[in-house]
Design a protein around this ligand. Structure first.
Ligand code: G
Ligand code: G
Ligand code: MN
Ligand code: NA
Length: 256
């Protein structure tokens, strides 16, 4: 496949890959509370290719470890840069795939990266999907998660509510935050079932001492619903699309 060999060379040169960042906000004060790093591939001929398309390709062809390493390095470098600039100091969250969790030595890799860039583990959060944590190839991921958490990384369950969604594992796993999937946000506030699910997840999370971030917030009505429901973090096009670092600096670096 031509695209696989293109991805291999993109990983070698590094200059077609980019990390964009989507900001996360307090729904009422709009204060910046975090950022999610999202991988982009600017293919020289085909233009922007979505990670939803090339990450599965990387996984199938044994390139995921290398791609994951690139993301960790890039996000740490960016965080170190922003910590030394006037940017608001918030955690950068990176997406971790199943293969990274069970193949490589993720703990050591992250620790090495933090050390090199002079970062604390609390400054790099890890997002894992439900399917990653319950991947049958991987077996029980909870000890790995525990180790990453003990190291100081905040841990979030991504796409919460869409996958295997067993509430039992939430109790068993060391998790700080759930990211309520945008499928539940889209039809708010009119859809009664979604409204009930969102309200229930927020109540459950509160009872368990977990934070909740709502994803895919696109409208004022959704924001208002979430404020009333007691949600304290939102992410979505209403505030910002994923943006390249320069664009974020334009918005968030004080002018003088
Ligand atoms: O940004 P976009 O909606 O195109 O992302 C599509 C999917 O790719 C999302 O599920 C997102 O979590 C995933 N993704 C984006 N960046 C990364 C990354 O750096 N690593 C992994 N493993 N997944 C990513
Ligand atoms: O699976 P994950 O949650 O990591 O996917 C994040 C992706 O969701 C990003 O690639 C981003 O482009 C997309 N996204 C972020 N905010 C919104 C939104 O408000 N609406 C929609 N439709 N997609 C969004
Ligand atoms: Mn994510
Ligand atoms: Na998600």
């Amino acid at each position: 496949l031509a695209l696989v060999s293109d991805l291999r060379s993109a990983l070698v040169s590094g200059d077609q890959l980019e990390l964009h960042y989507q900001t996360q906000h307090h729904p009422k004060s709009k204060e910046l509370v975090g950022m999610e790093a999202l991988l982009r591939w600017r293919h020289p001929r085909d233009g922007m290719i979505s990670p939803g398309d090339f990450i599965p390709l990387a996984e199938r062809h044994g390139l995921m470890a290398q791609l994951g390493t690139w993301v960790i390095e890039k996000a740490c470098a960016q965080q170190a840069h922003w910590m030394n600039s006037g940017m608001p100091k918030v955690t950068i969250w990176i997406n971790i795939s199943a293969l990274q969790l069970f193949q490589g030595d993720l703990e050591a890799q992250l620790a090495g990266c933090l050390k090199r860039f002079g970062l604390k583990a609390s400054q790099i959060g890890l997002e894992l999907t439900e399917s990653v944590l319950l991947d049958e190839r991987a077996g029980d991921m909870s000890p790995r998660l525990e180790a990453l958490h003990t190291q100081g990384h905040p841990i979030a369950i991504d796409d919460f509510g869409t996958g295997y969604s067993s509430l039992a594992y939430l109790k068993r796993l060391t998790v700080d935050k759930v990211k309520l999937d945008r499928a539940f946000i889209r039809a708010l506030p009119d859809d009664r079932a979604d409204a009930a699910i969102v309200t229930a997840v927020l109540a459950m999370a509160k009872g368990m001492g977990l934070e909740v971030i709502a994803e895919g917030v696109e409208t004022e009505e959704q924001r208002k619903f979430l404020i009333d429901a007691g949600c304290t973090m939102i992410q979505g096009f209403l505030f910002a699309r994923p943006l390249p670092p320069e664009e974020l600096e334009k918005r968030w670096l004080p002018v003088d």
